[in-house]
Structures are given as structure tokens and as C-alpha cells.
Design a protein around this ligand. Structure first.
Ligand SMILES: Cc1cc2nc3c(=O)[nH]c(=O)nc-3n(C[C@H](O)[C@H](O)[C@H](O)COP(=O)(O)OP(=O)(O)OC[C@H]3O[C@@H](n4cnc5c(N)ncnc54)[C@H](O)[C@@H]3O)c2cc1C
Length: 554
């Protein structure tokens, strides 16, 4: 991708591999033993399925009316309107499985007619006015990491569609070290903000697995949750104020610690997924950076015992910052993939077997903080975990997780290259429903894969703890069904979504709604809530140009 151009690019927005995940210069390899294990487990003969060359990705011709590009260029700076092949491909899809399948095959279902990169609030406002006038749909585009079709370039009833990329609006506006708040532009990338804060001994504490690429505006627009959300809270807890540039005008909500001034307007905009306007300024709470991080492993004899132990941590106010519990299959698979049969790992497994934890579940608990407070919280948590049957296995599993916490998306690309489907989906439910839901959703995915003729491996972990419940995060692998890959994915997605909604879970804990979950919104919130949300959209976006087809459906 050519990142040069006459516009001064925001260097804090790193380039993304056009057909997959992450830094194009970084290519973690799937170790041979891992591919052998997974292939045997899936009854799959690895086959090379590399992506096509960028030049052969097929795009529809730009549908922008004559003169539209010039009108856009009159608003933003020189070079900030792009309609070249590479830029349109880069904004044609997010990073869910169907996106990856389409990108890798070069068979894109759609592409934005152009990409605009505004550099200021005033430019965003004028762009929205122009798009309303000319019937052009607008898809706000942050890091482009949506896994639910949130950035799919749908035009709805409009003539054309633009991707409004926020990467040039990536600055810190203000830091208030007394109040511990920071004001940023909506396109600021999470790593750039974290670097800025860490230089001042502060942290936001928001680390989704997609951290390398996400924008803060995108995180806020999707109600994102980071891997340390049990301790720091998800993004909705961090947003104190924001500005939304909507076609009808601006909403500006300043940073306040709390307010009783009517319903929570901030929370109505958090999770609005670009359907109401562009979030171009955000005030966030920050915290002192932890001086110490201790990530450690515990084994439980089974998933149920582990879930009970996590519940006691959440309900007895001994929550670590990071808490994840893998089920039996995820534990077994991750040990196999990590170990590679080394003598030390065989010894470790033998030790677990002797203690009765051989087929058990691994939990990672991560404590962040400093001094006595950290030591005391960790002591209480360890006592609760031990009391719940947990076996402490030291820091190496926790440190291994911390080292590789952002690697999985790169490995997913490798799996696809070897002919293996790898996808994830998630939900959250109350503690009393969690065990049952785990079983029901897992079975639904398993049956759907078998019905496609591609029996697979279904794994799950609990993460993101709350006093009243937690999230379940499923990963499934199966041979790619070459003749109908999207159909295979859709069959599984529908079966899992039915099981989630029928079993008392939410359709999404943190991936958001986008296009993929929109059909489930009625079941999630009910018909009256849905029409109330649609009424809000009509008010803020009368020409209905903002991100058509997402969140609320058509
Ligand atoms: C490998 C991988 C791992 C992931 N892990 C996590 C995880 O741990 N936790 C998690 O919460 N999510 C995760 N996600 C999902 C995704 O990263 C989040 O939804 C993230 O918040 C999206 O941020 P983004 O900047 O990439 O937004 P984009 O993908 O660009 O956009 C997402 C949605 O927000 C809208 N939007 C973007 N910017 C703005 C703006 N400024 N104003 C208004 N609307 C806007 C878009 O129109 C779209 O609807 C993961 C995704 C991948 C691919």
C-alpha cells in the first residue's frame, strides 16, 4: 500500500496487510508441529490456499457522479481524496472471516467509490453536508478491524458510498493529569495513545486483541472491551465525554465525572457504530500505569470448577485485571500448539496428570498495580482460587499468554493459507446461565460444521468478568469448504446466534452488531426499542447516509 501522498499522513496509523491481519513486515509462522496437530485433529489434508495478488482483486467501477471528486477535493486537503485501486481495496472490508475469504480471493462484493481523509472537525462537517446533498452514503472507517461487517461499503438507497477514514485525525488534544483525563481525536490509534500516556506514567488500560490497529473512535463506536477489561472496564466505562458530527448537527457532551441530567446520552452514542454520525473527539479516563504486572496460571479439574472460582473472584471483589479460563478443548489445544512435545512440557503434563488435572482447564490471571495494594489483592485472589480447587502452576503460562496475546490474528491468516477456516464469536450471560450456554452454543457450532460436511474443533474461554456474569468467547476451526466458504461460515454463525439468543446470552459482548448481527437486534432489544433507535437515527441522520445496513438493518 502506498502511504505516501501529498497529505501529511498520521504516522501513528500503521499499514495493514491488505488481504489479512497486521503489519505486512511481520509474518509469524505456524510452527510445523501445530499444523500437523490441527490437520490430524480436523482430518484435513493441508493445501496451499494463498491470497491472490492485489492487482487481481476485482472492484466495481466507481459510481461517483461527475464532479463529485472535485467537490470532495474542495473540502479536504490536497491528496486526501483517494480513488485508486489499493486504497479502495483497503477500505472494502473489515477483518471477519467472510471479509478475509473475499479479500484473499479478490472477489469483493463491493468497494467504496472513494476514500476521504478529513483532517478536522470542520472538514468532517462539510463532507457530511456534501454527501447529504449528493445522496452519497458514508461509512466511518477507523482501523477497519470490524469482524461483524461494520465497515462493509453498503450504499443503501444512495447513488454512491464513501469510506470516511479518520486516520488523519489522530492527535491528543489535551491531557488533564489532575483529573486523570485525556482528550483525543476520534482517529487516534490505541498504540499511539498508549505510547503517549506511558511516557507520562499513565495508561488507558484498553488492550483489545486488535490493539495494533484500532482507533479510539472505532472502539467507542463499537463498545469495545480490552483483554484487561475485568480490571480497567470496557471502553464504555472510560468515555467521559464526546463529540458526534451528525448530518443534523453536532452533539457535544463535555467530560464530567457523572451527571443526573436526563438519560445517559453519552452511552447512547457509545456503540452507535457510525450509524448516527462521526465521533471525532473523545474524553477518556486514564489511570496511573501499573509498575508491576504478574500474569500466572492455575489449573482446574474441569470447566465448571473454574467458572465457579472466577465467579467468586468477581463477587468477592478480588478481580484481577486479566482473567481468562479456557475450556478443556481450548486448554488441550493451546498446550499442544505451544509445547511441540518438548521434554519440559511433557514433564509438566505428567505432573498435572498425577495431580488429577490432566484433562483440566487452564486459567490465566493477570494482576497489575504496585506495592501492597497489588500484593494484598493477589493474595486474596489466590486464596479464593485455591479454595475453589485451583492448582497454581506458576508464571510461565501467564507470561507465555502475555507474550503472544496479539499473535493469534496472524496465525489465523496462516491457517487460512493452509486451507483451514478459523473464526471466533462471543456472547455474555449471567453466571447462572453460563455453563449451560457454553454447552449449547458449542454443540450448535459443532453440529452446523458437521452438517456442512466439515467436522471441526470448537473451543471456548471465559473472559471479561462482572459481578453478575461473564463473556464466553468461542473459537472454531474446520477445513475450508472450498465450494461455498461463505455458506459454511453463515450456517455456523446462524446456528450459534440462534443458540445464544435462545439461551439467554447477548448477541454480542464486544464485537458489536455491524451487518452480521443486525438481524438479531429485534430478539436482543425488542421491537419498541428498535423503533426508538430508528427514530433517533431519523432525527440525527435525516438523509440516512450514515453507515446504511448496520446495527439497525435496512
Ligand atoms: C483479530 C481481531 C481481534 C479483535 N479483538 C477484539 C477485542 O479483543 N475486543 C474488542 O472489543 N473487539 C475486538 N475486535 C473487533 C474490533 O477490533 C473492534 O470492534 C474495534 O473496536 C474496532 O475499531 P476500529 O477502529 O478498527 O473500527 P472500524 O473497524 O474501522 O469500525 C467499526 C465500526 O465503528 C464505526 N466507526 C469507526 N470509527 C468511527 C468514528 N470515529 N465515529 C463513528 N463510527 C466509527 C464504523 O463505521 C464501524 O461500524 C477484534 C477484531 C479482530 C480483527
Amino acid at each position: 500500500m502506498d502511504w505516501s501522498g501529498s497529505v501529511a499522513e498520521d504516522v501513528s496509523a500503521p499499514p495493514m496487510r491488505w488481504w489479512g491481519w497486521g503489519d505486512p513486515a511481520r509474518a509469524p509462522e505456524l510452527p510445523p508441529h501445530a499444523l500437523r496437530y490441527l490437520s490430524a485433529r480436523l482430518g484435513h489434508q493441508p493445501r496451499a490456499s494463498p491470497p491472490v495478488a492485489l492487482a487481481s482483486a476485482r472492484l466495481p467501477r466507481s459510481a461517483l457522479a461527475p464532479g463529485a471528486l472535485e467537490a470532495l477535493r474542495a473540502i479536504v486537503d490536497e491528496g486526501a481524496v483517494r480513488d485508486d485501486h489499493a486504497e479502495r481495496v483497503a477500505h472494502a472490508a473489515g477483518r471477519g472471516y467472510p471479509d478475509l475469504v473475499r479479500l484473499r480471493s479478490g472477489e469483493l462484493e463491493a468497494a467504496p467509490d472513494a476514500v476521504v481523509l478529513p483532517g478536522s472537525h470542520d472538514q468532517v462537517r462539510r463532507l457530511l453536508e456534501l454527501c447529504a446533498e449528493r445522496s452519497v452514503a458514508v461509512v466511518p472507517f477507523g482501523g477497519g478491524t470490524s469482524v461483524v461487517g461494520g465497515v462493509a461499503p453498503l450504499r443503501g438507497a444512495h447513488e454512491a458510498v464513501l469510506a470516511l477514514d479518520t486516520r488523519r485525525m489522530g492527535e491528543v488534544i489535551d491531557l488533564d493529569p489532575t483529573s486523570l483525563t485525556v482528550d483525543v481525536e476520534g482517529g487516534m490509534r490505541a498504540p499511539a495513545l498508549e505510547r503517549y500516556l506511558q511516557a507520562r506514567a499513565l495508561t488507558l488500560g484498553h488492550f483489545p486483541q486488535s490493539f495494533e490497529h484500532v482507533s479510539l473512535g472505532g472502539c467507542v463506536a463499537t463498545r469495545s472491551a480490552g483483554q484487561a477489561s475485568s480490571g480497567y472496564g470496557s471502553i464504555e466505562k472510560m468515555v467521559l465525554g464526546l463529540r458526534l458530527a451528525a448530518p443534523a448537527g453536532d452533539i457535544e457532551l463535555p467530560a464530567v465525572p457523572a451527571t443526573a441530567a436526563g438519560p445517559g446520552l453519552r452511552q447512547l452514542l457509545v456503540g452507535s457504530e457510525g450509524t448516527l454520525g462521526v465521533i471525532d473527539r473523545i474524553a477518556l479516563r486514564v489511570r496511573p500505569a501499573p509498575r508491576e504486572r504478574i500474569y500466572e496460571g492455575f489449573f482446574f479439574t474441569d470447566f465448571g470448577a473454574g467458572v465457579q472460582a472466577l465467579r467468586s473472584l468477581a463477587q468477592q471483589h478480588a478481580m484481577p485485571e486479566v482473567a481468562r479460563l479456557s475450556d478443556e478443548r481450548e486448554t488441550r489445544t493451546s498446550l499442544k500448539l505451544a509445547g511441540g512435545g518438548k521434554a519440559k512440557d511433557r514433564l509438566g503434563r505428567a505432573y498435572l496428570g498425577v495431580r488429577g488435572y490432566g484433562d483440566g482447564c487452564l486459567a490465566i490471571l493477570g494482576f497489575e498495580g504496585a506495592g501492597r495494594e497489588l500484593a494484598e489483592r493477589r493474595r486474596r485472589a489466590r486464596a479464593l482460587v485455591r479454595g475453589g480447587g485451583g492448582l497454581a502452576v506458576g508464571r510461565s503460562p501467564g507470561e507465555a499468554w502475555a507474550r503472544s496475546r496479539f499473535t493469534a490474528p496472524y496465525l489465523r491468516d496462516e491457517l487460512l493459507t493452509h486451507g483451514i477456516l478459523a473464526e471466533t464469536l462471543e456472547t455474555a450471560a449471567q453466571w447462572s446461565d453460563l455453563g449451560r450456554l457454553h454447552g449449547e452454543v458449542g454443540r450448535a457450532i459443532t453440529h452446523a460444521l458437521s452438517a456442512c460436511g466439515t467436522p471441526g474443533l470448537v473451543m471456548c474461554h471465559v473472559s471479561h468478568l462482572y459481578e453478575t456474569g461473564a463473556s464466553l468467547y468461542f473459537t472454531f476451526l474446520a477445513p475450508r469448504r472450498e465450494e461455498d466458504e461463505i455458506g459454511q461460515w453463515r450456517a455456523v454463525k446462524q446456528a450459534a446466534s440462534r443458540a445464544i439468543v435462545g439461551g439467554g446470552g447477548t448477541i454480542t459482548h464486544h464485537h458489536a452488531v455491524g451487518r452480521d448481527h443486525a438481524p438479531w437486534m429485534r430478539a436482543e432489544v425488542g421491537a419498541v426499542s428498535l423503533s426508538a433507535l430508528r427514530a433517533l437515527k431519523r432525527e440525527l441522520d435525516p438523509p440516512a447516509i450514515m453507515n446504511p445496513g448496520k446495527l439497525l438493518g435496512d
